[in-house]
Design a protein around this ligand. Structure first.
Ligand code: SF4
Ligand code: SF4
Length: 167
């Protein structure tokens, strides 16, 4: 089993909107095939199409269009994958870091649900921004406490993502 097979089916953080809010298409990407798989594109810039994450092609473990996935996806290797491939980290150590990051991301999603941001189809960063922009009801102790917990948990998650996955 190679490093991708060991790590990625246990992770999915680069497909479920935890690491990225969207995926830009590049020249040569099979937009027709991706549309057939249920992906809707938006015009990100004058010349670039993109689609939002969570990706509709992510089944919770694997990519359903792996053979024709966009170049951006095929070329991305997170820091953990690079370190395991280079032999500077064991797969077990990387899996522990993945589990820790997924745990924090799940805590963020649960807090967003409790704060009235139930749209699981929207990128995590957008849901967080909307939750933080909403007025905090200071007469409701639980609501104020959840806002505080959300900020702390997102900070912890970002620290893990930047340290372990994005470098
Ligand atoms: S973030 Fe890394 S380990 Fe996780 S699915 Fe993406 S490439 Fe694989
Ligand atoms: S196309 Fe596949 S690899 Fe790319 S974001 Fe979607 S599920 Fe992940």
């Amino acid at each position: 089993m190679n490093s991708i097979e060991k790590l990625c089916p246990n992770c999915g953080l680069c497909c479920d909107s935890t690491l990225f809010a969207d995926v830009e298409l590049r020249a040569g990407d099979d937009a027709k095939r991706l549309r057939q798989m249920g992906i809707s594109f938006h015009q990100k810039t004058k010349t670039k199409l993109a689609f939002y994450q969570p990706c509709p092609c992510f089944d919770g473990n694997l990519c359903r269009v792996y053979a024709s996935r966009p170049k951006r996806c095929a070329l991305f290797e997170c820091g953990l994958l690079k370190r395991v491939q280079a032999g500077t980290m064991t797969a077990n150590a990387a899996l522990k870091k993945i589990a820790g990051a997924k745990n924090r991301a799940n805590q963020v999603r649960e807090l967003l649900r409790l704060l009235g941001q139930p749209d699981e189809a929207a990128p995590l960063t957008r849901r967080y921004a909307e939750a933080m922009a909403a007025p905090v009801d200071l007469s409701d102790d639980q609501n104020a406490e959840r806002h505080g917990q959300l900020m702390l948990t997102v900070n912890e998650l970002m620290t893990r993502l930047e340290r372990d996955f994005l470098r």
